[in-house]
Structure formats: structure tokens, C-alpha cells
Design a protein around this ligand. Structure first.
Ligand code: UDP
Length: 422
């Protein structure tokens, strides 16, 4: 019998449209791609997510050996993560019933984000299997990045934040293994929640090297034609329109550029998204409205066209636990300018495969972007190194490392059974 993993993504579906809302981005990609890779290698994966639309089928096949199971818990409508804690135990009970009805024993529980970790912990105990958790973000770190004193946040978010902090503290110490995508994230979880190094495993996120193909002169010309970019130097931002992404700072940087470059902001919903309207107004206030376009979120399969067309991809985040957009851009051979924040320096190495900006100032960003746009030799050198620098993040390699971890934990677990998959 095959090794079976119960993957938990309670608050967001791995097939939700990416970048359109604040709740669907890198984590969704991670769960979808990791599951596909595990499935390819012979492991069965059931991904459990909460029903947020009444008509979603209960069971969907996503790829070989990978199913998405939609569980009703709370109202069948989209809810923000901060409103979901009251439905966690209902979710747990329904997953337990599903597994029982389907005579579906699992060998491993792998949970993403604290809500999933909380839902999965009792099931790991019930099934007597190890639990692997990825937090992706934690409340204490989020508050720190936003410069909030936790006690200064106002109710009811205050209450939700307090529950989250208490739960994260408990889950960090009860789960068998916590996967972090960088050493820095491991260090932060140690400092903020007391995560033990012996239960930490650093495994970076992956990239689909077949989908994100390297740019060629022909691809670049075709992409620029398709996006109607003409000769104007073009900067690209891709991501959720969340304050943590530093888009305000990016707009301020564009206003300071010596090169009259245009900026494409990919993400959000250009028809009626208040954040797009706010950013548009900000661009107008800075006098650069005619140089900034908001095409909205773009399906991931179409993103290579954007990366191929761009003269530079800018990742101006205040913080990134990893930074998939930077990896995808480098896979496509695009020059990257990124802030030296969170996991980004583990991907972008200054002067080698991109430029890192150490100061969170629009001036510093503008200087680096101007340098890149004006120095053809530098751009060519960074582009030449880009693809090779991220081949280490090939999903096939990352999938193998996660598989090795499962194998190790299963072997250590008292309930371990011999499994032909490993
Ligand atoms: N993304 C996309 N379309 C968009 C915006 C984003 O497909 O319009 C994808 C992007 O390709 C990347 C992910 O969303 O894989 C964002 O991941 P990242 O790690 O950069 O940011 P996070 O969402 O985790 O903060």
C-alpha cells in the first residue's frame, strides 16, 4: 500500500485564483506544487480545505494521486482567516468522519498555517501519526513587521490575535517537525515561540522550472508585443496587494527615477478593488499616474510572458518568509531588484544574480533601479547568472527533501509500517 499524506490548508484552497485577494499567494502555490511532486513520486495526498463556496465538489482530483477534499465547516462563504478559529473543531471532526467513512488511514499529517496546524493536531494523535507543520507566517512576527505593540491592537482583532499567539506557541512545541523555508525563519520561531532546533528542518520552497522558462531575444520580443510595451523600459511587480509588499515604497521609488520607466503592478482586481484604487490615487499624487498600469491578477501560467517582457522585476517587500516571485523571475532570467528583507537574501545575491537594497528608502531603490536600467553590461551579467542560481529550488529536489523527512519521521514513529514508496 502507498504512503498517504493528509495535507491541511484550512483557510485557503490550493486552487484559489492567485494574487487577486490577500489570502491566496505563495502558500497556495506551495501546497499545490508540493502535493503534485509528492504524487508524482508515488505518495498519495489528500488536501483538506474549508468550503467557501456552496457549489464546490466534495472531492476533486488535482493531479496524479492528489485529491482536494472540501470540508463544510461554518458558513459556505469566503471568510478572513481571523474569523475562522470558531470552526476549527468542526473541521477536525468532519475530516475524522471523512477518513473513517472512506476507510482512509493516513501515515503523515502535513499542515500549513496555524489554523490548519490546530485542526490537524488532534487528528495526528487520533491516527497516531507524525505531524509536520509549516507556519508560513506567525502573528508575533507580523505584529513586529507592522510595528505594532501587541497590546496596542484594538478588539476584536486583539482577541483573534491573542488566540492565534497562544495557539502558535502550543503548536510549535507539540508538532513533531516544523519546516521553515530559511534559517532566518527558524531563528525567528526559536526567538519568538521557543521552537527547538532539533525539531526544525530547513527546506526552501520550490519553483516549476518547466513552466518558468528562460528568456530569449525572441521570447522577449514576443512578450513585449503581447503586452503592448513598445520600447519604454518596464518594471514589474507581481504579488498580493498587501501592505507587506511595499508597493507604496515602490511607487515613491518610480517617482524618483532618472529613467522614465513604466511600472506594471500585477495583482489585485482592477475592477473595484479598493486597494487598487488607493494605489492608483497614490500614483496620481506622486505625478506618475500615466506611467503605472494595473492589469490585475494574472493566472500563473501567463506570468512567464510578464517576466520575459520586464526590464527589471522589483520585489520591494517589507518582509517575505521566502519570496516565490523572486525565484520565478530569476528562473525566467529577469533582472531582480529586491529588498534585503526576510528570506529574500537567501534567493537574491547582490551583484551576482540581482541587486539587493539594504535600506528601506525609495531613494535607495530608485538608485539601484536606475543603475540596472542604465548599465547593459551589469544587466547582462545578472541575467546570465539568474537561472543557474535558482536551480537548487527545482520542485523535484525540494519534493525529495520533503519525502526524506516523511521517511525519517515515519521510521521514528512507533506506528511506522514498512512502506514500498520509500
Ligand atoms: N501570483 C500569480 N498571479 C498573480 C500574483 C501572484 O500567479 O497575479 C503567484 C506568483 O506566481 C507566486 C505567488 O503568487 O507564485 C506569490 O508568492 P510569493 O512567495 O511571492 O508571495 P506570498 O503570496 O507568499 O506573500
Amino acid at each position: 500500500m502507498c504512503f498517504r499524506v493528509a495535507m491541511f490548508s484550512l483557510h485557503t484552497s490550493p486552487i484559489a485564483p492567485l494574487g487577486r485577494t490577500r489570502d491566496a499567494g505563495g502558500m497556495n502555490v506551495y501546497i499545490r506544487e508540493l502535493s503534485r511532486e509528492l504524487g508524482r513520486s508515488g505518495i498519495s495526498v489528500d488536501i483538506f480545505t474549508r468550503r467557501s463556496q456552496p457549489d464546490t465538489p466534495n472531492i476533486q482530483r488535482l493531479s496524479e494521486r492528489v485529491r482536494l477534499i472540501t470540508i463544510t465547516a461554518g458558513p459556505a462563504e469566503p471568510l478572513p482567516p481571523s474569523a475562522l478559529h470558531p470552526y476549527v473543531s468542526e473541521f477536525t471532526c468532519r475530516v475524522a468522519r471523512f477518513a473513517e467513512r472512506n476507510d482512509h488511514p493516513y501515515d503523515m499529517v502535513h499542515s500549513h498555517y496555524w489554523l490548519s496546524a490546530a485542526a490537524a493536531a488532534p487528528l495526528a494523535r487520533l491516527w497516531d501519526v507524525p505531524q509536520v507543520t509549516m507556519f508560513h507566517t506567525v502573528e508575533r512576527l507580523k505584529a513586529q513587521q507592522q510595528g505594532l505593540a501587541l497590546e496596542a491592537t484594538s478588539a476584536p482583532r486583539d482577541h483573534a490575535a491573542a488566540i492565534r499567539i497562544e495557539s502558535e506557541g502550543r503548536l510549535v512545541t507539540s508538532t513533531e517537525c516544523v519546516i521553515v523555508s530559511t534559517e532566518l525563519e527558524g531563528e525567528q520561531l526559536r526567538r519568538l515561540y521557543g521552537l527547538s532546533p532539533s525539531r526544525t528542518r530547513v527546506i526552501p520552497c520550490g519553483v516549476d522550472l518547466d513552466a518558468f522558462t528562460p528568456v530569449t531575444p525572441a521570447r522577449r520580443a514576443e512578450a513585449r508585443r503581447a503586452l503592448d510595451l513598445g520600447e519604454t523600459p518596464t518594471l514589474l511587480f507581481v504579488g498580493r496587494l498587501d501592505p507587506i509588499k511595499g508597493i507604496d515604497l515602490l511607487l515613491e521609488s518610480v517617482a524618483l527615477l532618472r529613467t522614465p520607466a513604466r511600472l506594471l503592478v500585477v495583482g489585485g482586481d482592477p475592477s473595484g478593488d479598493p486597494e487598487v484604487e488607493r494605489l492608483r490615487a497614490r500614483a496620481t499624487g506622486l505625478g506618475i499616474a500615466e506611467r503605472v498600469r494595473f492589469p490585475g491578477a494574472v493566472p500563473q501560467r501567463d506570468l512567464p510572458t510578464y517576466y520575459h517582457a520586464a526590464d527589471a522585476v522589483i520585489v520591494s517587500s517589507r518582509y517575505e518568509s521566502f519570496g516565490l516571485v523572486a525565484v520565478e523571475a530569476l528562473a525566467c532570467g529577469a533582472p531582480v531588484v529586491a529588498s534585503a528583507a526576510g528570506g529574500l537574501p537567501s534567493i537574491v545575491r547582490d551583484g551576482e544574480n540581482g541587486l539587493l537594497v539594504r535600506w528601506r528608502s525609495p531613494q535607495a531603490f530608485a538608485e539601484r533601479i536606475d543603475l540596472l536600467l542604465s548599465d547593459d553590461a551589469l544587466r547582462a551579467q545578472l541575467q546570465a547568472n539568474a537561472r543557474a542560481s535558482i536551480e537548487q529550488f527545482d520542485w523535484r529536489r525540494i519534493g525529495d527533501r520533503v519525502r526524506d523527512l516523511y521517511q525519517q519521521l515515519a521510521a521514528e514513529s512507533t506506528s511506522a509500517v514498512a512502506c514500498s514508496c520509500f
